[in-house]
Design a protein around this ligand. Structure first.
Ligand code: PHE
Length: 342
């Protein structure tokens, strides 16, 4: 059994050790050393039993006193260290709430995506289905099946991008390819539109880019005629431009895959006194030979098709003079013409 004076100095040295602890981990080790199963106080309490009753009572009281002093001190030090730890963390993670808020950048829907959606919404409402076709095409679907044979001058009009290492493969020059792809898969009645990218190696200027978008329409239904085609296009344009009085001009034209063919102009006003006719689309009755290429009998089935430039529609609706900013990713342009997600 340790003598009282020596116990006092041991307790004192433990008090000093506890005070100078600077981490919770060393404090815990110290606690075990003092109060743990094999700790100093526990050991001392164990030997109490060997003492005579008088000394046991006296020594027991002294030991309990020492135990209480050290326990309290350990407890207090633990609290101090925890508080210190927390205030250090808070200081490190402090946020300066007096700073002004940073502008919150939010992505917006690109003007062309908005217009694509408007077109899709309209045609779906009037019973058209959405069809898709590949952008890398073969000469058959882009030309031959559409009645544009190899040496037809119309092939020269389409300034085609051919793929370098892949003979007879090209980037589609129009979405009319989807007419062929759809008609070989599904039989009439058919009422579909297809929106997508097309490519022509045009010069880049205010109204031309080597890639642009078209929407193709195709309707094959019993008894369909030019009157339906005109009505369908007029209804769409009046709804799209939100102008029930929009006026149209239907001009005879030529496309190898429609007969008869026509081009459609709308009268657009750029300000009060400046009204101009602007061509917005090509259309016509599907050529009998195109139907035959798709295994459809032209004597019993007929229909119409149309192709509209989507950038052109967007420019007219939103008053843009130049197509190029649509693809230049200028943040200010995107922000101005973009639409917030809702
Ligand atoms: N494919 C034609 C073009 O790109 C447009 C068109 C489509 C014309 C359908 C008639 C019918 O110019």
């Amino acid at each position: 059994m340790i003598a009282t004076s020596s116990l006092d100095s041991t307790v004192e040295s433990y008090q000093y050790k506890i005070q100078s602890c600077d981490t919770l981990e060393t404090l815990e080790n110290l606690r075990l050393e003092i109060l743990g199963k094999n700790g100093f106080i526990t050991q001392q309490l164990k030997i109490l039993g060997q003492l005579d009753p008088e000394s046991r009572r006296h020594q027991g009281a002294v030991l309990n006193q020492a135990k209480e002093t050290l326990s309290k001190l350990l407890q207090k030090k633990k609290q101090d260290l925890e508080e210190h730890h927390l205030s250090q963390r808070l200081a490190k993670e402090a946020v300066d709430i007096t700073l002004p808020a940073r502008p919150w950048k939010v992505g917006k829907i690109h003007l062309l995506s908005q217009v694509r959606q408007q077109i899709t919404d309209y045609f779906q409402k009037v019973g058209f289905q959405l069809a898709e076709g590949p952008e890398i095409e073969d000469e058959y679907h882009n030309f031959d099946a559409l009645n544009i044979p190899a040496h037809h001058p119309a092939r020269q009009n389409h300034d085609t991008f051919y793929l370098k290492d892949w003979p007879h493969r090209l980037l589609r020059t129009h979405t009319s390819t989807v007419q062929i792809r759809s008609l070989t898969q599904q039989k009439p009645p058919v009422r579909l539109i297809s929106l997508g990218r097309v490519y022509r190696s045009d010069d880049l200027d205010a109204t031309h880019t080597p890639m642009f978008h078209q929407v193709e329409g195709l309707v094959l239904e019993p008894g369909v005629h030019m009157g339906h085609l005109k009505g369908c296009l007029m209804d769409f344009c009046r709804s799209f431009f939100d102008n029930p009085n929009l006026t149209f001009r239907f001009r005879p034209s030529f496309f190898p895959f429609t007969e008869p063919s026509l081009e459609v102009d709308i009268c657009h006003s750029f300000g009060k006194s400046d009204q101009r006719w602007l061509e917005i689309l090509g259309a016509g009755m599907v050529h009998p030979q195109v139907l035959q290429h798709c295994g459809i009998d032209p004597d019993t089935t007929q229909g119409f098709a149309f192709g509209i430039g989507i950038e052109r529609l967007a420019m007219l609706k939103y008053g843009l003079e130049d197509i190029r900013p649509m693809y230049q990713s200028d943040q200010r342009w995107l922000d101005y013409y973009g639409q917030r997600w809702s």
